[in-house]
Design a protein around this ligand. Structure first.
Ligand code: UDP
Length: 329
């Protein structure tokens, strides 16, 4: 059974990736510093604690497991923090990825699946973004992801590294079996914050801006179910396994939901009122981000079958209710 090195395997998306990798017959080897990840979320394969910048530790792990491919999720991902502490983002995300890529190449592991973001497109209102849209990162987080995309391209040309780059739109939902789910500390994402407000863990959800140029005044995003998102990653590993060339794929559904629409749907699913406060715009938020995802569907054979809002909220709510939506360590 082939090993896949999953950096950030103790995080939200990485842990779901480990689950589907294991189900597809791979052994996911989690490499995580636990700075923002949770040991309790590592349930589907071996765990190796380590930092991306620790090259010696990475070399040891590559030597011990001889992975067929790397899935690289580990990153700092808070937009606001990236603007006040850009050094953290350039050091951890960019230098950390450089260290990982060089370790992978040194170990002869040349298949690389990378988690990037639609935030690299920046503000391009009214446009459905496809993979050829121009990239204009608006914050240091997005700039760090864009830099890593360039790095992968450069090492592809110099060393034959082959990469599948996924640009995520908004990821939501949880494992329908309830084994793992979304838990960030601190939490900044819409769905978990909203569910906290629904069950009284926080007073209300603040809607960031109600004066956008959209039908109901709130921002529009394209939400994709975490299980669909990680399914695409397994297809990415197989794409490289089949000897295909490096490729970039958007992962979204092509349908946008406003914040108010997400709130409304949550009220329906939970059968409770969602307490809201209409607040100011959050700096750095684009008005609307909607994916053109045809390439992933056509070329990769991706089927985002669970990505309707009802499923995403229902699965997140199940995790929320069963576990209190948290890990203890
Ligand atoms: N949002 C909001 N209140 C919150 C958190 C998020 O109104 O407490 C909005 C945010 O402005 C954006 C959408 O919800 O339009 C999704 O935000 P999230 O932080 O989940 O993801 P992002 O779009 O930043 O990747």
């Amino acid at each position: 059974m082939a090993n896949i090195l999953v950096t950030g395997g103790a995080g939200y998306i990485g842990s779901h990736a480990c689950k589907v990798l294991a189900a597809a017959g791979y052994t996911p080897v989690t490499y995580d510093s636990l700075e923002t990840g949770w040991k309790d979320a590592v349930k589907f394969g071996p765990f190796e604690q380590g930092d991306l910048l620790d090259r010696e530790r990475l070399d040891q792990v590559f030597a011990a497991y001889r992975p067929q491919a790397v899935m690289h999720f580990a990153a700092l991902s808070q937009v606001g923090e990236s603007m006040t502490q850009p050094g953290k983002y350039w050091r951890n995300n960019v230098s950390g990825s450089l260290s990982l890529i060089e370790a992978a190449i040194a170990a002869g592991c040349l298949d690389f699946v990378f988690s990037s973001t639609c935030a690299t497109y920046g503000e391009q209102d009214g446009v459905v973004l496809d993979e050829d849209s121009s990239q204009q990162p608006l914050n240091a987080y997005a700039a760090s992801k864009r830099a890593i995309e360039d790095m992968l391209d450069n090492f592809g040309k110099s060393d034959g590294l082959r990469s599948v780059i996924f640009r995520y739109f908004n990821v939501a939902g949880a494992d329908p079996d309830g084994e793992i789910g979304e838990f960030h500390q601190p939490e900044t994402h819409l769905v978990p914050l909203m569910l906290d407000a629904v069950d009284g863990k926080r007073d209300a959800l603040t809607i960031f801006g109600t004066d956008y140029d959209t039908p109901d005044g709130t921002c529009i995003r394209d939400y994709v179910h975490v299980m669909d998102l990680v399914d695409a990653h397994v297809l990415g590993v197989k794409w490289l396994e089949d000897g295909r060339d490096s490729r970039v794929f958007n992962l979204g559904t092509g349908t946008g939901f406003s914040v108010r629409e997400v709130v409304k749907q949550s009220g329906t699913i939970t059968n409770r009122e969602v307490p809201i406060i209409e607040g100011e715009r959050r700096p750095g938020d684009a008005t609307a981000l909607v994916s053109g995802s045809q390439r992933a569907i056509t070329d990769l054979g991706w089927d985002p079958k669970r990505s309707n809002m009802e499923n995403m909220i229902a699965d997140a709510w199940r995790w929320h209710q069963n576990t209190g939506a948290h890990y203890s360590e």
